[in-house]
Design a protein around this ligand. Structure first.
Ligand SMILES: *Cc1c(COP(=O)(O)O)cnc(C)c1O
Length: 334
């Protein structure tokens, strides 16, 4: 971490985050499970996006930017974290949001508005077919008023944002040393690929070899293999002189996507309740619930047999509130 290639960042996240064992939960498993608590990077500024925004918003400030435009679903954790980070740094913020039929109130969207972000909601169709032109449409409007705009891609996943998870990989290596473990697997949820790309980059920069597995919550493994490679290629373009100390190593598992993005299965919801009640840890229905379900299913099938395995908890807690009906149905059926 002391290497001179490391760019300056804004301090937005509470770091380092804790890492601890899930000793009750893993009793029935043939592996020792650990949780890296990136859900605890803050409160309104919480979850994995904050680590990426530390670098993206520092870059924005250096470049004289006055307004951030970014995008995601109406319940996007990334958009909520960006809205609050912009408010903290005195930047204006516009969110280009994809309609999430029936879940357009409460949760992260309430918080976006409280943080003063300008929000515009588009249908799934408009968003899918025209996101880049929607972003540049709004950029044009603000630029005509004399504002300096930075368009931040989905999840702040690009060659700047992934520095945040490269730094997190170095923090994890310190956690492993402190606990005296050398994990066989490090796993995370993958939604826009930046967390996975950053961790792969960080382990390669540090020369640390480990099986890094991203659990897709949408799309498929081929898509994420391309997206992670593209984010790292963007990073290389921006940092041509920085040398990796080990080969890049990552893979994506898409076997647990289920019905699609933000559509948790019954087993994902059941596991979230089990983890909340046995370990006092909140998983969310969109990302960590689904990914942790896949990860523990793979552990049951022999991934990390008799070894340590680490799951990076990427946050998403406010995402439980739009799913109140699904959770309530589970108590009434008990
Ligand atoms: C965005 C998000 C992810 C996925 O991270 P990416 O870097 O976009 O792949 C995982 N978990 C939560 C809670 C998120 O909000």
């Amino acid at each position: 971490m002391t290497a001179d290639y490391w760019p300056a960042k804004e301090r937005l996240a509470q770091l380092p985050t804790p890492m601890h064992r899930l000793a009750r939960f893993d009793q029935s498993l043939d592996a020792r499970l650990w949780l890296k608590r990136d859900d605890l990077t803050g409160f309104v500024l919480s979850g994995n996006k904050v680590r990426k925004l530390e670098y993206v918003l520092a870059y924005a400030k250096r470049s004289g930017v006055t307004r951030i435009i970014t995008c995601g679903g109406v319940q996007s954790n990334h958009c909520r974290a960006t809205a609050f980070a912009c408010a903290q740094l005195g930047l204006a913020c516009h969110l280009v949001l994809r309609d999430t039929q029936g879940r357009n109130v409460g949760g992260n969207f309430l918080l976006d508005q409280m943080a003063g972000a300008d929000c515009s909601i588009y249908s799934v169709k408009e968003f899918a077919s025209g996101l880049p032109s929607l972003m540049s449409y709004w950029a044009g409007i603000y630029e005509a008023k004399g504002e300096v705009v930075l368009e931040v891609p989905t999840g702040a996943s690009d060659g700047v944002g992934i520095w945040g998870y490269a730094a997190a990989a170095f923090e994890l290596i310190e956690d492993f040393q402190r606990e005296g473990i050398s994990p066989e697997v490090v796993a995370c949820a993958t939604g826009s690929g930046g967390t996975q790309a950053g961790l792969a980059l960080g382990f390669a920069l540090a020369g640390y070899e480990v099986d890094l597995v991203g659990y897709a919550v949408c799309d498929d493994a081929a898509y994420f293999d391309r997206k992670v490679a593209a984010d790292i290629a963007d990073w290389r373009r921006r940092n041509p002189d920085v040398r990796l100390q080990a080969p890049l190593r990552y893979r994506t598992v898409d076997a647990y996507v289920g019905a699609g993005y933000a559509k948790p299965g019954e087993a994902d919801l059941a596991l979230a309740l089990k983890v909340a009640s046995t370990e006092g840890v909140l998983l969310d229905p969109v990302y960590t619930g689904k990914a942790f379900y896949g990860f523990t299913a793979d552990v049951q099938n022999g991934l990390a047999s008799n070894a340590d395995a680490v799951f990076v908890h990427t946050g998403g807690g406010f995402g439980v509130f739009p799913y109140v009906n699904e959770f309530e149905r589970r108590w009434s059926e008990r």
